[in-house]
Design a protein around this ligand. Structure first.
Ligand SMILES: [Ca+2]
Length: 639
């Protein structure tokens, strides 16, 4: 009798304990999935039924941000800090970690380099008290599954940052085995490009790593259904080397996007796999009866990739497959957002973000608060009633009140920092306050762009010239941000010596006007036609293709222009070949025109034909760049 009484007490005690157990947390992070890359966010091409059904039980954010690249976002999610503070400012989490005491900003640079440029930290500092550590200290079982990208060597692995178990491998900008088993990961040794080291084990031949991630996650959920647990699933899709299931790809190859925006069947196939992985996690939570007792977060680590694989140059084997299915298409299109991954424009930083928690977060709701990866950690622990670890500095704030529909997020401004833009280019930082976004480009001199995202989400109307007071006001916020985070931001190189004074004095150096008159008026270059086919010629675009040309121009009547090139080994411009056209719209606003030049091999001479036959064309800048980081830029704005 006493025994039965004790047993009953024990049962009641355990029952009460499991009833009171903290809710579980699932953080699902997609790789390189853009803001427009799911049905619920507006894609009419990709098929994401699981993400879409999740939205029906979640709160969906319309103004959620990431950093422009993966490692910085990942570090911000786990630390609650801006990249300017944690120091991982670029996608360098797979590179050999720096030695202790390294400083991000060099003290000197060669006289040919105009700016001192900071170096990204290649690892997450072990002294950071991560979200995983805080949850583990609160009694959670913690698992990391997938891409880590926050440190190449063992001292910087997830097991050292609060994860009880981890399924991962290094180096890890992408998955092992080109997405398919055998993955060829060794448990021990030195990680190199050819030698993957980590805890990922082979599955059946041909197993797809994203499916395996789902299986690992389901197993973890089942094993820890009594909770509480933290599942950190960082999906390998949709990133290079673009391994995809051809049976899915075939389906999308026959599909047309009714909106005409997207149409890459490889991306669509890979997104379908990511969606299935997420769906399998939702199903497992349902199956174990714990879905309502789990906070689920879905987001991405940076904006959609619009620059990879746009020509057949480069990795031949990968590209043959890419070419077969996707031609010269980039992975995705972020329209209406400008640009993509790796840039500070909205296409690079605005991402999907959804949260669900049954009974606490209103199902099928939408939030417009400006939030980012820095806020996830403080928000999660606030929802769970776990105290902030006192030794951790937080830049992010909790928006639990937004999630619980109890209030709004009281934060004046949100920042995004990316001090890298290719070799010899300094990158920038932006601040968002309300609808306004000010970009500050590091350089000598510093330049600005100002947009009102409320009516210009595509960032085509730069208001910096029209609203100098607003620029000043927001730039003061940026100044405060750089100081507060102790950012190592680019500085003018005191040793810089321009090659020759003449080159500095003449912003047109290297540009030859033909059939036109070009005059530099200090704020722009004015091109007036003096013949039928006015163009600017240059032999200074000495870089290998593919090349991106960016022109900032305007014209009162607009029209069509084109770019014609010959390569270094061609003596003539090929007739009716090697041209790409572009459109300059009529109007008084400055337009940022982006032209992709599928140059094969090394570029020789370029002719930039301008629609100046009916009215002058004004140009503020011309900027050629290659994915390798080479660049040639002309700016006609006098500092
Ligand atoms: Ca990424």
């Amino acid at each position: 009798m006493i025994f039965r009484f004790l047993l009953l007490s024990l049962f009641l005690f355990l029952g009460a304990k499991s009833f009171c157990a903290q809710p579980n947390v699932v953080l699902f992070l997609a790789d390189d999935m853009g803001w427009m890359d799911s049905g619920v966010y507006g894609s009419t091409y990709y098929e994401t039924p699981n993400i879409d059904r999740f939205a029906k039980r979640a709160m969906r954010f319309t103004n959620a941000y990431s950093q422009p690249l993966c490692s910085p976002t990942r570090a911000s999610l786990l630390t609650g800090q801006y990249s300017a503070r944690h120091g991982i400012t670029s996608a360098t989490g797979h590179i050999v970690p720096q030695l202790a005491g390294f400083t991000a900003l060099p003290k000197t640079a060669a006289p040919t380099i105009p700016m001192l440029l900071p170096e990204s930290k290649n690892f997450l500092e072990p002294s950071q008290v991560t979200l995983a550590e805080t949850l583990k200290n609160a009694g959670y079982r913690t698992a990391h599954i997938g891409k880590w990208h926050l440190g190449l060597t063992q001292p910087y692995w997830p097991e050292q940052q609060g994860f009880d178990s981890a399924f991962h491998c290094h180096p890890d900008p992408g998955p092992p085995g080109e997405y398919f088993s055998p993955y060829g990961v060794s448990p021990e040794g030195k990680a190199t490009a050819k030698n993957k080291i980590g805890t990922i084990t082979d599955g059946p031949v041909g197993e797809y790593i994203v499916d395996r991630q789902a299986a690992e996650a389901a197993q973890f959920i089942k094993a820890n259904k009594g909770g509480p647990f933290f599942l950190n699933l960082w999906c390998y899709g949709v990133h290079g080397p673009w391994g995809h299931k051809e049976e899915y790809t075939k389906h999308f190859a026959h599909k047309k996007d009714p909106s005409g925006r997207q149409g890459n069947p490889i991306m669509a196939s890979m997104l379908k796999s990511v969606d299935e992985c997420f769906g399998r996690i939702l199903d497992e939570l349902d199956k174990q009866g714990i879905a309502d007792h789990t906070i689920i977060i879905f987001t991405s680590d940076n904006g959609g990739n619009v620059h990879s694989n746009i020509s057949s140059e480069g990795k031949k084997a990968a590209n043959e497959n890419w070419q077969r299915w996707a031609g010269n298409q980039p992975p995705t299109q972020n329209t209406p957002l400008r640009d993509g991954k790796g840039t500070l424009y909205e296409g690079g930083t605005r991402v999907p973000m959804m949260w669900s928690w049954a009974g606490k977060i209103k199902a099928g709701s939408k939030a417009h608060a400006v939030v980012g990866p820095i806020d996830v950690y403080p928000t999660v622990i606030d929802l769970l009633g776990i105290a902030k670890p006192s030794q951790q500095h937080f830049d992010g704030v909790s928006y639990a009140n937004v999630l619980k529909s109890e209030g709004s997020l009281e934060r004046r401004a949100y920042f995004n920092y990316h001090p890298h833009a290719g070799a010899n280019r300094a990158g920038g930082v932006w601040v968002r306050e309300g609808d306004f976004k000010l970009l500050r480009w590091f350089g000598n001199p510093v330049t600005h762009e100002l947009y009102n995202l409320q009516n210009d989400i595509s960032e085509v109307r730069d208001l910096a010239g029209k609203m100098p007071e607003k620029v000043k006001e927001l730039d003061r916020l940026i100044e405060g941000f750089l100081k507060d985070t102790e950012a190592s931001f680019p500085q003018p190189n005191p040793a810089y010596q321009p090659e020759s004074k003449a080159k500095v004095a003449d912003p047109m150096a290297g540009l030859v006007p033909k059939f036109c008159k070009a005059s530099n008026v200090g704020t722009a270059l004015h091109i007036e036609a003096a013949g039928r086919t006015p163009f600017l010629g240059t032999a200074q675009v000495k870089m290998s293709g593919p090349i991106i040309l960016k022109i900032r121009a305007r014209s009162s009547v607009g029209g069509h222009g084109k770019v014609h090139w010959r390569t270094a080994d061609q003596s003539e411009f090929p007739e009716n070949a090697q041209t790409t056209s572009f459109t300059l719209k009529a109007g008084a606003d400055w337009q940022n025109i982006r032209v992709e030049l599928p140059v094969t091999g090394s570029c020789g001479t370029v002719r930039l034909y301008l629609p100046a036959d009916r009215a002058p064309v004004e140009i503020q800048s011309i900027d050629f760049s290659s994915p390798k980081g080479e660049s040639k830029r002309w700016s006609f704005i006098t500092p």
